[in-house]
Structure formats: structure tokens, C-alpha cells
Design a protein around this ligand. Structure first.
Ligand SMILES: NC(=O)c1ccc[n+]([C@@H]2O[C@H](COP(=O)([O-])OP(=O)(O)OC[C@H]3O[C@@H](n4cnc5c(N)ncnc54)[C@H](OP(=O)(O)O)[C@@H]3O)[C@@H](O)[C@H]2O)c1
Length: 300
């Protein structure tokens, strides 16, 4: 058997896949499948976004129905679950027998409702929460949370691993979305803290590049804090032996005043000070600032 015959038979043995939704993420995913030798059918509301993929060998389906019937395994990469209904409702009769891997992000409740809707139409729904930007697709060091029925997940896991490594969280379709949202809570607030630091630095003539080493070291110290507090929080321990909320309030007020004195936006540090003051009002002055978790467990 020649090298090219081997290559052709490897390509033919790969599972063919449909990708619906060609934003930056869907394009990266379809590209990763092509890179690994899968036959790829694509569909997008704006067909021109498929041009580069078609040049690389992807097949552009003429309709959603055609995209669904082309392959058993269908990847959805849409803005949210509303977009899923907008795209799939007119072709809902073609969902029967398909395995829909929905890598669009949304709330756990909306993913559960979406999964029920797919099942009602005879399909299988796997929820995914992708933890990396498009540049991380196709790399085994990246990972995606999955949840839903275990058996179809395990059947399609080798194909899904063309995108990223997989982390199956359980059969509840909301779980992958929940893990994704837990990460996003931390991502968005951490990045906002960085924008705030840059705005403060800028008010004093410092560039983002000049504060980068200090910013990087500050962020890199976080895992130590996370693991130290995780064990204490899980055992309900909020003693003020290491830090006290009253000290924390003084510190976050210094941050707020430094930012106000510098003439930059105070919205973010004001919210932080407000949370610390609520903790003080709730009687936690002598406790660790981890006691704020107790406040945050209740609807504000
Ligand atoms: N980009 C990231 O860094 C990143 C990282 C992790 C997770 N994600 C998640 O991955 C998903 C896709 O990301 P993305 O950046 O590619 O999102 P995007 O830019 O919002 O692209 C979304 C896709 O959804 C389609 N779409 C939206 N509303 C539609 C509707 N009503 N009817 C038909 N099609 C509709 C768009 O079609 P048109 O092309 O016609 O507009 C496009 O193909 C999102 O849920 C996002 O949260 C993204």
C-alpha cells in the first residue's frame, strides 16, 4: 500500500461532521476538523463566511435541512440558544436521529430547555462549554466541558477531540453550561480588574506594557489564594487569623480613593467597597474577607 493510499484510507475512516454556525469559533472548529481529515459540511445564515472553508474542501449545504441530513454528528456554534431555535425550528423534522453537539454558550436553564426540545424532535443533545478562544481550537492542551447522555458522548468523543480535549461533567445537560459560566464569572471580572488597573496607570502616564510584569505577577499569585481559601470555605471556616474584613475594607477604600483622586471611573471599585461594607454591616468585621461568600450565597 502506498503512502497516498494510506492517507486516503485514514481520511475516509474519519467521521464526517456538520458544523452549523460560522462565527470566529465555528470557522475555527470546521477548520480543525478539516485539518484532521474529516469530511465537513457547513451551513451559516450568512453563506459568505463559508468561503475560505469551501476553498479548503468543506461542502456548503444549500439549507439547514441539507446540513442536518448530511451527517449524524452536527456541531452547533451559534451566539446562544435563541439562535439555535431560529436556525433549527424550520428544519425540526430533520433532527430525528442526529446527535447535536451544542457548543453555543447560554445559561444552564436555557441549555436544559434546549436539550429537551432536541429530544422531543427525536435527536440527541450534548451540551458543550468551550473554555478557549478560537485560537485554542485544534489544540489538545485546550479543553471543553461536556454534559448530556454518556453513551453518545463516549461514541463521539474521539471526533470531538479534534477540537480540544474533553471534560465530561455528567448527564444533566445544564452541567457543562454551569462549569462554563463559573469560569466566565472569573474571566470577566478579572479582565475588568485589569482594564481598571490600566486606566489608573494611564492617568499617571504609565502604559499597559509598563505595568505588564506587575500585572502578570499579581494574577499569577491567584492560584495560591484560591487553594488556600477553598479548603477553609468548604469547612465553613472564616476566622480572622490570616486577614480581617475590617482591614480589607480599609484597603479597598484606599483603592477607591486612589482611583477617584486620579480622575478615572470609579464604578468598579465602588461596587467592591459596597460589598465589603455590607459584610461589615452583617457583623463580619473580625472575620476573614472570605466571609463575603456568605453574603454572595443569597440573592442580593
Ligand atoms: N469567540 C470566543 O472567544 C468564544 C470562546 C468561548 C465560547 N464561545 C462561544 O461560542 C459561540 C460562538 O462564538 P462566536 O464567537 O463564533 O460567536 P458569534 O460571532 O456570535 O457567531 C455566532 C454565529 O451565530 C450565528 N447567528 C447568531 N444569531 C443568529 C440567528 N438569529 N439566526 C441564525 N444564525 C445566527 C451567526 O450567523 P451570521 O454569521 O449570519 O451572523 C454566526 O454564525 C458563542 O456561544 C460564544 O459564547 C466563543
Amino acid at each position: 500500500m502506498s503512502a497516498s493510499t494510506v492517507e486516503v484510507s485514514i481520511v475516509n475512516s474519519r467521521q464526517p461532521v456538520t458544523v452549523i454556525g460560522l462565527g470566529p469559533m465555528g470557522q475555527a472548529m470546521a477548520g480543525a476538523f478539516l485539518d484532521k481529515g474529516h469530511r465537513v459540511t457547513v451551513w451559516n445564515r450568512t453563506p459568505s463566511r463559508a468561503d475560505a472553508l469551501v476553498e479548503r474542501g468543506a461542502v456548503l449545504a444549500g439549507s439547514v435541512e441539507e446540513a442536518l441530513t448530511a451527517n449524524e454528528l452536527v456541531i452547533l456554534s451559534l451566539t446562544d440558544y435563541e439562535a439555535m431555535y431560529a436556525v433549527l425550528e424550520p428544519a425540526a423534522h430533520a433532527l430525528s436521529g442526529r446527535v447535536l453537539v451544542n457548543l453555543s454558550s447560554d445559561t444552564p436553564d436555557k441549555t436544559r430547555a434546549g436539550a429537551r426540545w432536541i429530544v422531543e424532535h427525536g435527536g440527541v443533545h450534548l451540551t458543550g462549554g468551550v473554555t478557549v478562544p478560537p485560537s485554542g481550537i485544534g489544540k489538545p492542551e485546550s479543553y471543553t466541558f461536556y454534559s448530556g447522555p454518556r453513551e453518545p458522548f463516549e461514541t463521539h468523543q474521539p471526533t470531538l477531540e479534534a477540537l480540544t480535549s474533553t471534560d465530561f461533567r455528567g448527564e444533566d445537560p445544564g452541567l457543562a453550561a454551569l462549569f462554563y459560566q463559573i469560569g466566565m464569572v472569573m474571566f470577566w471580572t478579572s479582565m475588568l480588574s485589569y482594564w481598571q488597573a490600566i486606566a489608573l496607570a494611564d492617568a499617571h502616564g504609565l502604559t499597559a506594557a509598563e505595568i505588564l510584569p506587575h500585572a502578570t505577577e499579581t494574577m499569577a499569585s491567584m492560584p495560591n489564594f484560591l487553594s488556600f481559601y477553598a479548603a477553609r470555605i468548604d469547612s465553613g471556616e472564616h476566622g480572622g487569623d490570616v486577614d480581617r474584613l475590617a482591614m480589607g475594607l480599609a484597603s479597598v477604600e484606599h483603592v477607591l480613593h486612589t482611583i477617584a483622586d486620579s480622575g478615572v471611573d470609579t464604578a468598579l471599585p465602588a461596587v467592591v467597597v459596597d460589598l465589603f461594607r455590607r459584610g461589615m454591616d452583617a457583623g463580619h468585621a473580625a472575620d476573614s474577607f472570605s466571609s463575603l461568600v456568605q453574603l454572595m450565597k443569597k440573592a442580593g
